[in-house]
Design a protein around this ligand. Structure first.
Ligand code: KIV
Length: 284
């Protein structure tokens, strides 16, 4: 639990590095709207990620591929309004940084200027190091994302653990080193074996944030709909459901339907009224 004093302090990219240096695990969760951002922020989470996972858990698509930059800006604005303490990181969606470096810097700038992002995250390693370097040069903090990168789902042939073979593991280590050199302030490691994420967390000086990457990362991130038990279409092995809100919501709605049907809701305390005198006049 964070102290009042810690909660009053804004978590920044400098706090990310300080946390790694002081061996304090960093907590990050995704958020896609104001109400949820406000709850997660006041609970004390260090960073909120407006993830392009919204394509799946908010929009109901089977991948993140179709999410647009304008959609990311829309959700980022809402989350930013709910975040007092947490750092707001916004995903660059598929094709917003793949075409040219100029395009990538412009789009990262839009997420910051229009969406209120305090940092952006993009997927890819060695191949995107120069792009990341140019975004950082434009004074936009970048979080890297390597391992199983969901925007490459069709190249991987599905959402599969990455880095099990020597060649794959070496590639992910090279990616991490290239990202650090390019100036990222942190690196998400998704769906990689624990032994590999431990090694990478020791090799790079910037904090690593794991999702399906075991306990040796410098921090953890989960999709909030997954960890709150609100999204049950599929539950990846690495998800722990800390609550079962889908069941709670369903039960609440069943009660609502029941009470409306039996006229038990609304009661007097939920109702407005006017003076009897006015009613009498109206009836005449
Ligand atoms: O989009 C997202 O939510 C993410 C996390 C899974 C790291 O990138």
């Amino acid at each position: 639990m964070k102290t009042q004093r810690e909660m009053e302090k804004k978590f920044t990219i400098k706090s990310f590095q300080k946390a790694k240096d002081e061996k304090q695990p960093i907590t990050m969760l995704t958020a896609y709207d104001y109400s949820m951002a406000k709850i997660l922020d006041s609970a004390g989470v260090d960073a909120l990620l407006v993830g392009d996972s919204l394509g799946m858990v908010v929009q109901g698509n089977d991948s993140t591929i179709s999410v647009t930059l304008d959609e990311m800006i829309y959700h980022a604005k809402a989350v930013k309004r709910g975040a007092q303490h947490a750092l707001v990181v916004v995903d660059m969606p598929f094709m917003s940084y793949h075409i040219s470096t100029v395009d990538a810097v412009r789009n990262a700038g839009r997420l910051m200027k229009e969406g209120g992002a305090q940092a952006v995250k993009l997927e890819g390693g060695v191949e995107y190091a120069e792009t990341i370097h140019q975004i950082v040069r434009a004074q936009i903090p970048v979080m890297g994302h390597i391992g199983m990168t969901p925007q490459s789902v069709h190249m991987f042939g599905g959402f599969k653990v990455q880095g099990k073979s020597l060649a794959q593991a070496q590639k992910i280590i090279d990616d991490a080193k290239a990202l650090e050199k390019a100036g990222v302030f942190s690196i998400v490691l998704e769906c990689v074996p624990e032994e590999l994420s431990k090694l990478i967390s020791e090799i790079v000086n910037v904090p690593t944030i794991g999702i399906g990457a075991g306990k040796y990362c410098d921090g953890q991130v989960l999709v909030c709909n997954d960890m709150l038990g609100m999204f049950n279409d599929f539950i990846p092995k690495f998800v722990k459901q800390f609550a079962h809100l889908a069941t709670d919501i369903e039960n609440a709605v069943i009660s609502y339907i029941e009470e409306v049907s039996t006229k038990d809701f609304p009661k007097t305390e939920h109702t407005f009224s006017i003076d009897k005198e006015v009613v009498d006049k109206l009836q005449k």
